[in-house]
Design a protein around this ligand. Structure first.
Ligand code: SF4
Length: 358
């Protein structure tokens, strides 16, 4: 335990003192109170590790130095720069949010969690993060790291998959926030509790011996920190079969179409997607259908693979076909050269297929 921390200090005081010395203080989105930068990092860090986010964060700021620049960008440019980060609904909401900050708030992010939460893609915890980091609002964040730390410290054993229990934890978290010197204590406390969850109070094998709140921690006293948080309901998973058409012409270009605005891989560019091989064949242009019937169309079914999304397993079958000339293969879509498709927003498995199969 750092010497500066009094054993009798509150949880908030202890964490604030610990963060100054032991927390993460040099990430590019720290040491700023610019809500645009904080918000951008918060959205990118949802479901993505810090090490991956670093390069994307820098690339976005280089291309869109302000929220107005992001709002004015084309959707294709935003999706292209996001490509590879996954969870593309975040990018669509990010873009929409920037537009609304400009249209509804004159280009300035609102300063309260209550107003921030009205923007697309900003949930209660993200609103609290921006409000506490940038405006020192006394409001509690509650991401996975924070839930883990707090349920362990308090020995909170109620099932967090039940909404009313999570509400109780959130209320307790709100009451545990700093009560003094909020201007500096609130951003520091929000960062501290995130840092503790990310670096010390790990899901497995937490480093309790290095923990500043060990003496206050019920889960540690019980000798079973890994039992918390309690969450019994698992995500319901589904699965879907997709047939992807990987068509290439004599110039080496590939045929891509833009996905609809909703559904799987929404608004991204993709290899054409079908429910079945028959549906794929039936969608070919008349001349290619004739070639298919005549047996002159080169039609190779590649080995199938599984792509795992949060809620769903995608069982992907791929048909590779060679189109002799630059004529269309389907009524929707276009030919794209390698130089062009590498900068498009593509689903990760499609990008991988194009990189490995051409
Ligand atoms: Fe987590 Fe261990 Fe610290 Fe408790 S003592 S908060 S379980 S790291």
């Amino acid at each position: 335990m750092p010497k500066a921390i009094k054993p009798s200090a509150s949880l908030a005081e202890t964490l604030v003192a610990w963060q100054k010395v032991h927390g993460r203080n040099h990430l590019p989105w720290q040491n700023t109170r610019d809500p645009y930068r904080v918000w951008l990092s918060e959205i990118m860090l949802q479901q993505t590790q810090v090490s991956t986010v670093l390069a994307y964060y820098a690339k976005f700021l280089e291309n869109f130095p302000t929220v107005a620049d992001l709002a004015a960008a084309s959707q294709d440019k935003v999706m292209g720069l996001w490509s590879g980060l996954g969870y593309y609904s975040r990018a669509r909401n990010l873009h929409q949010c920037a537009k609304e900050v400009v249209s509804r708030f004159g280009g300035e992010f609102p300063s309260t969690a209550e107003d921030l939460i009205t923007l697309p893609g900003i949930g209660r915890s993200t609103a609290a993060a921006v409000a506490s980091f940038c405006f020192s609002e006394r409001v509690a964040i509650m991401d996975g790291n924070v839930k883990r730390v707090l349920t362990r410290v308090w020995g909170f054993a109620d099932d967090l998959s039940v909404a009313k229990n999570e509400k109780v934890l959130w209320q307790m978290a709100q009451e545990a926030l700093p009560t003094r010197q909020l201007q500096t204590a609130m951003p520091r406390y929000s960062q501290a509790i995130m840092d503790l969850g990310a670096t010390v109070c790990l899901p497995r094998k937490p480093h309790c011996d290095e923990c500043p709140v060990q003496t206050q921690c019920k889960a540690y006293a019980l000798g079973e920190p890994e039992k918390f948080p309690v969450k019994t309901r698992k995500l319901k998973r589904s699965s879907e079969v997709l047939w992807l058409m990987l068509a290439q012409n004599a110039q080496g270009e590939v045929w891509l179409e833009k996905r609809p605005a909703s559904g799987i891989w929404a608004s991204l560019y993709s290899l054409p997607v079908f429910d079945s091989e028959e549906a794929m064949q039936a969608s070919l242009t008349p001349s290619l259908q004739k070639a298919s019937v005549a047996g002159t169309l080169k039609w190779d079914v590649l080995p199938a693979f599984k792509h795992v999304l949060t809620h769903k397993d995608l069982h992907c079958h791929v048909v590779k076909l060679k189109a002799a000339k630059g004529a269309p293969v389907l009524s929707e879509g276009a030919w794209w050269s390698e130089k062009e498709w590498t900068s498009l927003g593509l689903p990760q498995p499609v990008r991988h297929l194009l990189s490995s199969s051409l």
